[in-house]
Write a protein that binds this ligand. Structure first.
Ligand code: ADP
Ligand code: MG
Length: 377
């Protein structure tokens, strides 16, 4: 199994109007041998191009790709020992599932007994035993994708590249196959770079998650790090669901205390005011008189029953616009002068549209960003 090391990789395509499209822009990424890294980002950010550069289907404009320590620039795709699985399983329609799975081995003149052993093992792991003699037209979408996985797996390549392999499947099958991919990867100790635009899938699958935007990796980290220490606003917006709330505030020193006060035209009447949590006061001192974006999770905005807390600090008021159950939790979208705030509500209560509510913002887990650069403070 091979480590993948990508350094300063760029790919420029000529655009229609003579301009240059930077599909991949100075990208650096290491996937350790035996690791599953997910590469996630919005459509068009350069994920597929990155995989094509690794697999040799495209040559880079600049930068290097190494697999298992060997420089791959200039090496033809067929000699890179990589298996790719695509969104649409590219199966041969006239071959059975068994023949499709065995295809790469047949090409490489694998001995009969070894071929049968590997195909049998793949069929077992992918629960395909009962449909090995069917052709793709007689298989479901999920089964076709399993056949494509099997075909990649039996080759025992140095590296697996997946390009949104589950994107076309029904949600239930998607979740089932996700778990199977994790199991397969562990069992084969495979090196996998898995591309998806779905942040939930990226978080569920990856040992580490590389978040990509505009041709480059914004952050490569574990799911916990991405949640707790997002490096910038893009990451904080992209990885959190339900989404974080962002308040643009000005920081001031009032009677020796650092206070955040929400800015903006809309909030003149009832700006949110909050005290700076003690742990971050030292850092925040440098921002007195400046604007800071404060990010608060819906779970850190606490619904207040009528009689609760009269204090105005950290309290917001709004009218319910939408009630959204997510699993066992209930999320309330409340409209206020400054926009919509999402908070976690008590699931045992009934909430009505347009109902006025009050809630208290807990700054304990707040995230802070510089408005000009978007970088985390
Ligand atoms: P993703 O897979 O993240 O959706 P892609 O890697 O497919 O993104 O594309 C990244 C950018 O490069 C897009 O703007 C796309 O239009 C452009 N692009 C990709 N392939 C080509 C090509 N062969 N010629 C010109 N532009 C391309
Ligand atoms: Mg793509």
């Amino acid at each position: 199994m091979g480590q993948i090391v990508i350094e300063h990789l760029s790919k420029l395509f000529p655009g229609l109007a003579g301009e240059q499209i930077r599909a991949v822009d100075d990208l650096n990424l290491t996937v350790e041998a035996g690791e599953l890294v997910t590469l996630v980002g919005p459509s068009g950010c350069g994920k597929t191009t990155t995989l094509r550069l690794i697999s040799g289907l495209e040559e880079p404009s600049s930068g290097t790709v190494k697999i298992a320590g060997m420089l791959m620039n200039g090496v033809p795709a067929k000699d890179r020992d990589i298996a790719m699985v695509y969104q649409k399983p590219a199966l041969f329609p006239h071959l059975t599932a068994r023949e499709n799975i065995a295809f790469g081995l047949t090409l490489r003149n694998c001995p009969r007994a070894e071929l049968e052993r590997r195909v049998g093992e793949a069929a077992e792991m992918l629960e395909l035993r009962d449909c090995l003699d069917r052709r793709p037209s007689d298989l479901s979408g999920g089964q076709c994708q399993r056949v494509a996985l099997g075909r990649a797996m039996v080759r025992r390549p140095k590296v697996f590249l997946f390009d949104e392999p589950l994107a076309n499947l029904d949600p239930q099958i998607r979740i089932q196959l996700r778990a199977e991919i994790v199991r397969l990867q562990k069992r084969l100790e495979a090196t996998v770079l898995y591309v998806t635009h779905d942040q939930a899938e990226a978080m569920a699958l990856g040992n580490r998650i590389a978040v990509m935007n505009r041709g480059t990796i914004q952050q490569l980290a574990t799911r916990r790090e991405l949640h707790q220490l997002p490096s910038n606003l893009f990451i904080a917006r992209f990885v959190n669901w339900p989404p974080l709330n962002f308040f643009e505030c000005t920081l001031s020193l009032q009677a020796e205390q650092l206070k955040f006060e929400e800015t903006g035209e809309l909030n003149r009447a009832e700006p949110l005011k909050m005290s700076c949590p003690p742990e971050v006061c030292l850092t925040m001192k440098n921002y007195v008189g400046k604007k800071v974006i404060v990010g608060i999770r819906p779970g850190d905005i606490h619904y207040l029953a009528d009689s609760d807390a009269k204090s105005v600090e950290g309290v917001i008021e709004g009218n319910i616009e939408m009630v959204e159950p997510v699993g066992e939790e209930l999320y309330l979208h409340a409209r206020r002068a400054g926009g919509v705030v999402i908070l976690r509500g008590p699931p045992q209560l009934d909430f009505k549209i347009n109902q006025a509510i009050r809630a208290r913002v807990d700054m304990g887990n707040a995230l802070f960003f510089a408005p000009d650069t978007g970088k985390a403070i």
